[in-house]
Design a protein around this ligand. Sequence first.
Ligand code: 13P
Length: 231
Amino acid sequence: MKNIWIIANWKSNKNIAEALEWISLVGPKLPRKDNLPAGRQGLKVVVCPTFSVIEEVKKAIQVGNFPLMVGSQDLSPFDEGAYTGEEAAAILNDLVELSILGHSERRQNFGESDEMVERKTAQAIAANIIPLVCVQGQDIPIPSECNLVAYEPIFAIGTGNPDTPENAESVAKKIKEKVGQEIEILYGGSVNSENCKKFLEQEDISGFLIGKASLDGEEFVKIIDCANSLI
Ligand code: 13P
């Protein structure tokens, strides 16, 4: 049985009040693992807020005891030390279990290179943070220690024009063949509650990285309910 990851990438959205409102809406509606029979516990839900909101989100999840992991949208390629403005993995790991690395918005707007993504991946692993490496196509290099990849074609991001489930499946299969190791592939790009089922039915797609539709708690819960009905 495959895991299904449903990961909210809030990008540069939601202040603390808005984030807490989202948590109080979504948290109680998440399927509770202890209510699920053995063998049906493969649903992993993650929220990735901005750095300044992570701590409050984490506290709210702990208080509510919600089955929700917290991730960051980036981390530093450097160790702790004299790197002004950077968030070192060794500091961040008090707060997050996963980090999105190499998102196309970082590659395009901040000049993030494949080599930098590789360094960030190594930092994440050394700090026990799961690296979720984003690739925009099957030819983008995947760091060797990485077991979780999101295929996010640029034409599909924020456009309302998703890839087809069949093409996403074909890319996922090719990435798996190329990497030749146990790896889980997620799809991202204009995912919503209407189109999510067809992607999840694909053999090699193990969930989603969701931007816009994750900002609306009700919409996000619908996607989770869809995933939960399939595992
Ligand atoms: P949208 O879901 O808004 O298309 O964004 C996808 C994405 O970039 C998630 O990382």
